[in-house]
Design a protein around this ligand. Structure first.
Ligand SMILES: *Cc1c(COP(=O)(O)O)cnc(C)c1O
Length: 449
């Protein structure tokens, strides 16, 4: 029998929960494996920390969301939001599941084509498209979602000298009952700006209005907001059809579905408050089907769901560096996972789990990263069992936005591995090293000696 670990006894003031005669019951269950791979072995083989992406979780989410929408609406198409996770291997899983590409920069546009996406199935969003980018995208027949009037006029000017019509949609912002309302992107619905843009496009012989687009926000917990948005989109499509005898080919409802991560300051855990894909699908398709659009004219419904499809598939596995007791008496646990690689720790109370079996004793702990920066805190206060230096820790649900908003600050970005559906592990992004940076930097001749 393995010798049990000694833990120094501590006396804690009971602060929360309904205590029995032994105090408040609280137990943190360890996470020893990810898709059948022992976390200790992942660290041994790939270094610490390491990002792990679960292929089967991604594929399952894709199928769940496709089922939720396709049983409720005749024509549905998903597009993968590259900025949510742009790693080629990850994007290709989504493309294999039938997703188009949704990009918001030329970098992402080039990545999408590099991943074999048909340019006609690339949705080019964002407020920052340049003239030459627009021209190339129009020539390749991509779907251009216009953000503002200056972009619209630029496209009209560019299209005059091109042999083909530009395929365009407009991004629309609107009041859906959620606050703060996103008003920065696209044309406003309520003040008539969106209708004005539709009329300008329909009156230009060089543009083809193929769709209408909205993306009302992110981590939206209200499904009703999507119902309001879909009704307004349908209304605009109907008005366009009446005036110009032209029904748009698609209505793109954007992304923004919540995940089961818990927002900072939330009273209840995200797993309790997050609507299901069926809830969102019910709100959106209900509004579209009840609109005045005739059944034979129903446009394709496009969704650009990002975080809700990938968050659960991502893990960050790291190692405990040390424990210390701060002047306040609170325990601090230092890990090798910093906020530079866990950008979402600024919004979420991430689920942090021990990677080794633990006892039922836990203590109020501040979990910190390795950076020499006061803000490098993963959890301000979490009841956590005592781990030893060298023990693994696992952070769950980090698949969205961390592998794109990561910063190369103080330390190298770690390796990313994919846990495949057949039990294999593949490296999908190498850990950075000094060479990565030498390749980019230039030292002027006069500083070389
Ligand atoms: C970021 C973004 C998405 C994805 O948003 P999520 O909140 O991650 O679902 C979709 N569409 C557009 C236009 C975006 O900018």
């Amino acid at each position: 029998m393995e010798k049990l670990r000694y833990e120094r006894p501590v006396i804690n003031r009971v602060q929360s929960g309904i205590p029995d005669k032994f105090g408040a019951k609280y137990r943190v269950e360890p996470r020893l494996e990810i898709d059948g791979h022992a976390v200790k072995e992942l660290l041994r083989d790939h270094g610490s920390p390491v990002y792990v992406v679960s292929e089967s979780t991604i594929r399952q989410s894709c199928r769940d969301i496709q089922r939720a929408f396709s049983v409720r609406y005749p024509k549905v198409q998903f597009a993968w939001s590259y900025k949510t996770n742009y790693l080629d291997a990850v994007c290709r899983i989504f493309h294999q599941e039938g997703f188009w590409a949704e990009v918001v920069s030329w970098f992402e546009y080039e990545k999408a084509l590099g991943n074999g996406t048909d340019p006609k199935k690339v949705i080019f969003n964002g407020p920052g498209k340049t003239e030459s980018e627009l021209e190339q995208a129009i020539r390749q027949g991509s779907l251009i979602h216009i953000d503002h009037f200056d972009e619209l006029y630029l496209i009209i000017r560019l299209s005059r000298k091109l042999p083909l019509k530009a395929k365009v949609a407009i991004r629309i912002n609107m009041d859906t009952g959620i606050y703060p309302q996103w008003e920065r992107f696209g044309f406003n619905y309520e003040n008539g700006e969106a209708w004005n843009a539709v009329n300008r496009i329909m009156n230009s012989e060089h543009l083809e209005l193929v769709g209408l687009h909205t993306h009302i926000g992110t981590y939206i917990m209200s499904t009703a907001a999507y119902g309001v948005a879909a009704a307004k989109m349908a209304d605009l499509a109907v008005r366009t059809a009446r005036k110009f005898s032209h029904m748009v080919k698609y209505l793109d409802m954007g992304g923004g579905f919540a995940t089961s991560n818990t927002l900072k300051g939330a009273y209840l855990p995200g797993s309790d408050t997050c609507p299901t894909f069926d809830d969102y699908a019910e709100a959106i398709t209900g509004a579209l089907l009840s609109s005045e659009i005739r059944p034979e004219e129903l446009p394709l419904l496009i969704l650009e769901t990002g975080r809700a499809l990938i968050d659960d598939a991502g893990f960050l596995v790291g190692t405990v560096i040390a424990n210390k007791r701060m002047a306040s008496g609170r325990r601090a646990m230092i890990t090798d996972i910093g906020v530079n690689h866990l950008f979402t720790s600024f919004w979420y109370e991430h689920t942090l789990l021990p990677g080794v079996p633990v006892t039922s004793n836990s203590e109020d702990t501040q979990v910190c990263g390795p950076l020499c920066m006061n803000i490098d805190v993963l959890r301000q206060a979490v009841r956590f069992p005592l781990l030893q230096p060298g023990d693994p820790v696992v952070i769950e649900r980090i698949g969205a936005y961390n592998m794109t908003q990561w910063m190369q600050f103080i330390t190298y970005r770690p390796r990313v591995v994919l846990a495949g559906t057949d039990g294999q592990i593949d490296i999908i992004r190498e850990r950075e090293n000094l060479e990565t940076f030498r390749a980019q930097e230039r030292v002027p001749e006069r500083l070389r000696t």
